[in-house]
Design a binder for this molecule. Structure first.
Ligand code: SUG
Length: 455
């Protein structure tokens, strides 16, 4: 049973960010398809401790800005039951050894802590948008990649514990695990509204229609239109306030494997690269027209031309994977990857945005480099959930971040995490033991049932 407590937030609807904690097996196996950073860092040593601490530092920043901040636990990895399911037998150490010997790529996949990228955990529709007035979440099936498909059942279980008040929240089952329903969650979903609490326009971005595996290029398109449409139907969204837009092939080919690598929104603001969508000007016109029809005024759309930030630089810096957040006393902050300040074009663009005529008045660069090396920037690490203060008070309080919880999590990381990991370490039975102990302790810190993270 969740424990309720006042979270100190009153007034209009707010966004709760649920950040994924990086797990103790964070490594670089080059598993991300169409993900250039993951390919580039393949087989390099990783630093799980630094990765987890970077994520916690980001949560501390957001909490300090007055944004409701929560945390999702890592899932148990290596996932020995998955390896057994694939035919590796014996005790746990024998399973790991056989997998390392016969199919190291499967051991890497079953060891991936990829649930850290919680923008792929689920698609979320706030209560204001849905037919039954409840918040709807559909956990992503992540069927496009084996290592990510392993996340879905534990994610569903954890979300059901966190959002357990069924009078206010619905956590659906993931969509069927079929290529036609490939779903990667909130990373391919945006929302526009004059403010968080108003019924908004939900924008679903897909890469392929359904069965076709690729958009025709070297990289597969991960999200299908059929999946996005099914999520919209389940959530009871109004058709007049729902848009389905296709990613441009050029973006996918440049390494934009999710829409959140090339576009992001907050309330009435959309930040988008000119090459994000197929038929970009028609897509932006559709967004603008829907917004004007719904709210009677124009959204703020900042369209970044390729001449200012080429697609390749957008992917390298993850500029569009920034979090744009509404600050409690008005205005918006842009929380961007540190890498954006390390390139003249993006850094100058940031300066122009802050001094320009738009709601963003401050920029906070954050270092999440260990995650960035696997293609996950600040926005990939968080699941945004828009809620009224009353509904926020019904969310399982154990996952809300406070300075003491952040301190405890830092101590927990320093106690359990290694500072160097290579692929050969994944077969080490003591890594499995350390990881199991760490995850069990984390579940206790967040007051979640242990079984939820080991499905
Ligand atoms: O699915 N990387 C993840 C990164 C996900 C980023 N999320 C968002 N854009 N919202 C992916 O490609 C790499 C794992 C490895 O190579 O070990 C990986 O899965």
């Amino acid at each position: 049973m969740s424990q309720r407590q006042s979270n100190g937030i009153h007034g209009p609807a707010v966004e709760l960010n649920l950040d994924g904690l990086v797990g103790p097996t964070h490594h670089y196996a080059g598993l991300g398809v169409g993900n250039l950073a993951s390919q580039r860092h393949r087989h390099k040593p990783s630093n799980p401790r630094a990765a987890a601490l970077e994520g916690i530092a980001k949560m501390r920043l957001l909490h300090g800005l007055g944004i409701a901040q929560g945390v999702l636990p890592p899932q148990e990895r290596p996932l020995v039951p998955a390896l057994r399911f694939l035919g590796f037998a014996g005790d746990d150490a024998a399973v790991l050894a056989a997998a390392a010997r016969e199919a190291p790529e499967l051991l890497a996949a079953c060891s991936s802590p990829s649930s850290m990228w919680t923008a792929n955990a689920a698609t979320v529709s706030p209560a204001a948008d849905t037919a039954d007035g409840r918040l709807h979440l559909t956990p992503a099936n992540l069927t496009s990649q084996f290592h990510r498909s392993l996340e879905a059942s534990a994610t569903m279980s954890v979300l059901r514990h966190i959002f357990d008040d069924t009078t206010k929240f619905v956590v659906h089952d993931p969509l069927p695990s079929a290529t036609g329903f490939a779903d990667e969650g909130a990373a391919n979903h945006m929302r526009l509204a004059p403010s968080h609490g108003v019924a908004g326009i939900e924008i679903f971005v897909y890469g392929r229609e359904s069965e076709a595996r690729s958009a025709g290029g070297q990289f597969p398109a991960r999200q299908t239109l059929a999946a996005s449409q099914a999520v919209a139907r389940r959530h009871g969204l109004r058709s007049t306030r729902t848009l389905f837009l296709r990613q441009s092939d050029a973006a996918i080919e440049a390494g934009v494997f999710h829409n959140d690598v090339i576009a992001t929104s907050n309330e009435h603001m959309l930040l988008v690269h000119e090459e994000a969508f197929a038929d970009g000007s028609a897509a932006l016109a559709a967004i603008r027209d829907s917004y004007v029809a719904a709210f009677g005024n124009e959204p703020v759309i900042i369209e970044v031309p390729a001449t200012t930030v080429p697609l390749s630089l957008a992917v390298e810096t993850y500029l569009f994977n920034s979090q744009i957040v509404t600050l409690p006393d008005g205005g918006m902050a842009l929380v961007c990857p540190q890498e954006c300040r390390e390139h003249d074009a993006t850094s100058q663009w940031l300066d122009r945005v802050v001094s320009g005529d738009n709601p963003i008045n401050v920029v906070y660069p954050v270092a999440v480099r260990q995650s960035m090396n696997n293609g996950g920037g600040p926005a990939c690490l968080r699941l945004r959930v828009v809620l009224s203060p009353d509904d926020l008070a019904r969310v399982h309080a154990g996952v809300f971040v406070t300075p003491p919880l952040l301190d405890d999590l830092e101590t927990w990381v320093k106690c359990h995490y290694r500072d160097r990991l290579t692929l050969s370490d994944l077969a080490d039975p003591s890594l499995l033991a350390e990881s199991r102990e760490a995850v069990a302790e984390c579940m206790a810190l967040l007051r979640l049932p242990h079984a939820a993270c080991r499905l």
